[in-house]
Design a protein around this ligand. Sequence first.
Ligand code: COA
Length: 256
Amino acid sequence: MAREADQHPLADVGRVRGGTQDHSVTPLTLSLFLWERERCCYRLTMMERRGHFGFAVLECVTLRLCPPAERARLLAQATDIFFETANTKSFGSAEAKHAFFMRWLGHYASIEPEGFLFALTPGGGVCGYVAGCIDSFSVGSKAIIADIPYFTPAFCTALAAYPSHFHINVMPGSQGKGIGRQLTARFVRICAEAGSPGIHVVTGASSPAVKFYEACNFKRLSPGTWIGGEHAVLARVTSVASRYCLPPRGIGNCGT
Ligand SMILES: CC(C)(COP(=O)(O)OP(=O)(O)OC[C@H]1O[C@@H](n2cnc3c(N)ncnc32)[C@H](O)[C@@H]1OP(=O)(O)O)[C@@H](O)C(=O)NCCC(=O)NCCS
């Protein structure tokens, strides 16, 4: 009869890591080992980036897991960041401004709360967010992509292997500190756990964001005939490990 340990989802990994003999690396031991290793790696990464021990671990929470009483406040702060970082600064009318907001943020918050992430400072303020869509081509996401002109049938067919997509913004004073990278890594993990094989992003062909996405393991796709040359389309699979480890679920103060 199989031992209980053999039936654990990590049992096979334990045997591989334990070597060719049965070293009895139990799933529990292995889980603790991986937990410690990831936590350690995460802390070292943060220290390396900041050059000292005093880095406060960023909190990252999805809208779905956010306490209901906090949602309006966090969304209002994300909205401020959205308009502050948007290239479009003037709108012909209040309706036009609202439509712009709904297209790039509002639909995501109401339709895909599990793909909407806030990066919170230790004081609880929003310093960045991801408005993500885990399956852009599902029936449930229709309201999101129907409002974005480049989601043509040809584009959707070309990007079929990368069904997830997202928009990311970090508060100007907080950029260049690794927050965008952490948010992206967290979104990649959410997509992977939801079974999505890949993620695509669209930005301006000459936008500095192209370099950011490349630093996050996205590769630029040739536009072909399915999108205009003023856009850059980048994509990555969800199984490629991020350069910086994230702590496992429940470690530190990450809320997802
Ligand atoms: C693009 C953006 C989300 C990046 O977030 P960030 O927190 O500033 O980025 P990070 O500090 O996590 O940087 C991660 C990596 O990307 C690189 N990177 C980020 N912005 C870059 C830029 N403008 N040019 C070149 N590289 C850049 C960093 O060098 C870093 O690489 P490294 O770790 O090897 O040094 C943020 O700058 C932003 O919100 N910009 C304005 C809005 C925007 O362009 N959003 C994207 C719209 S499609």
